[in-house]
Design a protein around this ligand. Structure first.
Ligand SMILES: Cc1ncc(COP(=O)(O)O)c(C=O)c1O
Length: 415
């Protein structure tokens, strides 16, 4: 879809990444780590003025130098931060992840034995599935799902068992069919992959939903792999709750997370797994064998992100709420049916009521939108493996800048 969007000069609301920069503190932390190379020079770069860093320089001459030349003079002599580091993550980042988890969710994983830094949530999940499951194991996957869950399960020879979230058309959001989930768990499975806040529906699993999942896990000895990558993107008073904080759940919960979405840094590939120590050991082994480690200077910068004042997340939420409302209004005006997402940054929109595309298949509808309206989305059936529930949806990402979304709204109006 991204390829077609480029080809047709469409506003690309298909893939879930932003066109806005990461917070500057994060960028600066990465730049200073790469340039400084070790702690002492990093600290110097962060704490000093240019006058202190380039003593004796003629200010006029300095101003006329290319920035690259000035920066080259500031490069450290010794280097740790551009080199291999512990495969399972920089000590300071694992500690920051433990602090951050405690700060937001009131439980603290052991950074020495329970935290592994990965190449984003994607490699986190792959390392978990590769390390804790055996070929032939069943994994329960709620649909609609993020595409990587069934494809990674296939790579490891696992058997996905699908359960389907159901949209209530009275505005009640998306619900679990509890009988279906209980039946899937009763068949026996190694793990359940839960994503909350949820891509693509925007569902934020409630305390009641999580208590039900916890009960199933205890009853049927399931591991729960919870993908919390949109944890800070929640709306209308909804709150992300940590499953691992529930009584008795720590021993069977594996958290997968990353800075991709909350740090506006999807290309950095820094994420993590929090798992009980007995599972962390094989997860680290798998991770080390496949990729060695996440990039050292970007791990160092992630420490800064995780330590930022929570206001940053309040601002993120407020900005996304505005974007959600802008795109939701445009879609509704064009005839789409949309339940307001409680979290994450997607609108999973029913398109049957849109005259120009209502009679088409999801792929044909998405193609028509790209070619005729100039807006790229993802066909809804892409998020389902079984049944026809997905055939009435298109997914639109609202993580782009407001002007981009306003342009999309203008284009959608031509429908
Ligand atoms: C639910 C979910 N999990 C994981 C990912 C990928 O995360 P990362 O960039 O950390 O690999 C995405 C990206 O869209 C996602 O929506």
């Amino acid at each position: 879809m991204t390829r077609l969007a480029i080809e047709h000069d469409a506003v690309n609301l298909s893939q879930g990444f932003t066109d806005e920069p990461p917070v500057f503190d994060l960028v600066w932390a990465a730049v200073s780590a790469m340039l400084g190379g070790d702690d002492a020079q990093c600290d110097r770069l962060r704490a000093s003025t240019l006058r202190e860093l380039v003593p004796g320089a003629d200010p006029d001459e300095l101003l006329d130098q290319p920035l690259k030349t000035v920066l080259a003079g500031l490069q450290g002599r010794r280097d740790r931060l551009n080199q291999y580091s512990f495969p399972f993550g920089l000590t300071e980042l694992r500690e920051a992840i433990a602090d951050y988890t405690e700060r937001f969710y009131h439980w603290r994983p052991d950074p020495v034995t329970e935290v592994t830094v990965t190449l984003g949530a994607t490699e986190a999940l792959a390392s978990v599935l590769g390390a804790v499951c055996r070929a032939g194991d069943r994994v329960i996957v709620p649909q609609p799902y993020h595409e990587m869950y069934p494809t990674q399960a296939a790579i490891f020879g696992l058997e996905p068992v699908y359960v389907t979230l159901v949209e209530r058309l009275d505005g009640g959001g998306w619900e679990l069919d509890r009988d279906e989930w209980a039946a899937a768990a009763a068949r026996g499975a190694r793990a359940l992959i839960l994503n909350t806040p949820h891509n693509p529906t925007g569902k934020v699993f409630s305390a009641d939903d999580l208590a039900f999942v916890a009960e199933l896990a205890a009853l049927h000895e399931l591991l729960i792999i919870v993908d919390e990558i949109y944890e800070h993107i929640v709306f209308d008073g909804h709150r992300h709750q940590s499953l691992a904080a529930l009584p008795g759940l720590r021993a069977r919960t594996i958290v997968v997370n990353s800075i991709s979405k909350t740090g506006n840094a999807t290309g950095w590939r820094v994420g993590w797994v929090i798992a009980p120590a007995v599972l962390t050991s094989p997860i680290r082994g798998f991770h080390d064998t496949m990729v060695i480690q996440a990039p050292t200077p970007l791990q160092r910068a992630a420490v800064t992100l995780l330590g930022l004042d929570p206001d940053v997340y309040d601002r993120l939420r407020a900005a996304y709420a505005r974007k959600r409302d802008t795109l939701m209004a445009a879609l509704r005006k064009a005839g789409f049916g949309v339940s307001p997402p409680e979290g994450a940054y997607y609108l999973f929109a029913r398109y049957r009521g849109v005259p120009a595309i209502g009679a088409r298949s999801p792929m044909a509808a998405a193609l028509h939108l790209i070619k005729e309206a100039g807006v790229a989305s993802v066909p809804g059936d892409n998020f389902y493996a079984t049944g026809t529930a997905g055939d009435q949806y298109l997914r639109f990402a609202f993580c782009r800048s407001l002007p981009t979304l306003e342009e999309a709204a203008t284009r959608l109006a031509t429908l």
